[in-house]
Design a protein around this ligand. Structure first.
Ligand code: SME
Length: 205
C-alpha cells in the first residue's frame, strides 16, 4: 500500500508523528478540560438515547468489562457507519483489546502505546479523527475495507484508562457530532473505570 507523505504544515502540527511528552517541556498541552467532566454538547436525539442507556448501565453498577462489551455491541448495532467498534484498555506499556464488535476479529489485540492511531490517542489523551486512513502514516491497518477511523480516549482528568476505537468503511465518516457523542460515552466509561480502581496511565508521567 502506498502512503502519501503528509504536507509540511501537517508535519508541523504533529500529524503523522507520534508526539511524546517530554518531562522537561511537554509538547502536548493538556488537559483541555481540567475537571475531566462531560463537556456541554448538543447531541441528536438518537445520540442522547444511547448516552442515557449507557448512563443507566453505569448507574446500575454493571461491571466494567461487561459494560465495554455492551457498549461496543450497542454502537455497532445502532450506527450503520460504525463498522467495527472496539475498546482498548491501557495495561502498562500497551493497549489491550477488551471488547469488540464487528464482522471480523482484528490481529491488533495488543498495541504498544507508541504505535498506531490508537497509541497516539492514548499517549496524548486526545481524540483522533482520521478522515482517510490511507493518508495517515500513524495508521495500523486491520481491515482492507476501512476508510476512516475515530479514536476517543476513556479519560478522567489526566488519567487515560483506555479508548473507544471505531473503524468505518466510509471515507470521512465521522463528524463533530460523532466526536461529541463518543466522548460522552467515554466519559461514562471513565467514571466506571475509576470506580473499579483501574490504573490507566497518567498523562505527562
Ligand atoms: N487502526 C488502529 C489499530 C486498531 S484496528 O483499527 C482495530 C491504529 O492505527 O492504531
Amino acid at each position: 500500500m502506498t502512503r502519501s507523505v503528509p504536507p509540511e504544515q501537517d508535519r508541523e502540527r504533529g500529524i503523522g508523528t507520534l508526539r511524546r511528552p517530554s518531562p522537561a517541556r511537554p509538547v502536548v498541552e493538556w488537559p483541555r478540560d481540567p475537571t475531566g467532566g462531560v463537556k456541554p454538547v448538543n447531541l441528536s436525539q438518537q445520540h442522547q438515547e444511547s448516552v442515557d442507556l449507557v448512563r443507566r448501565w453505569v448507574e446500575e453498577g454493571r461491571p466494567f468489562r461487561q459494560l465495554c462489551q455492551d457498549v461496543v455491541s450497542h454502537l455497532r448495532a445502532r450506527y450503520p457507519h460504525y463498522n467495527w467498534v472496539g475498546v482498548y484498555m491501557v495495561e502498562g506499556p500497551v493497549l489491550r483489546l477488551w471488547a469488540w464488535d464487528g464482522p471480523a476479529p482484528t490481529q491488533h489485540v495488543e498495541i504498544p502505546l507508541h504505535s498506531g492511531v490508537c497509541g497516539w490517542a492514548a499517549s496524548t489523551g486526545e481524540t483522533v479523527n482520521v478522515p482517510d486512513v490511507n493518508q495517515d502514516p500513524r495508521y495500523l491497518q486491520c481491515f482492507l475495507q476501512t476508510r476512516s477511523e475515530l479514536v476517543v480516549p476513556i479519560r478522567q482528568g489526566s488519567t487515560v484508562f483506555g479508548e473507544i476505537d471505531i473503524d468505518s468503511d466510509t471515507l470521512a465518516a465521522f463528524g463533530p457530532q460523532d466526536e461529541a457523542f463518543v466522548q460522552a460515552i467515554c466519559d461514562l466509561l471513565a467514571r466506571r473505570a475509576a470506580d473499579e480502581a483501574l490504573t490507566g496511565r497518567t498523562l505527562g508521567a
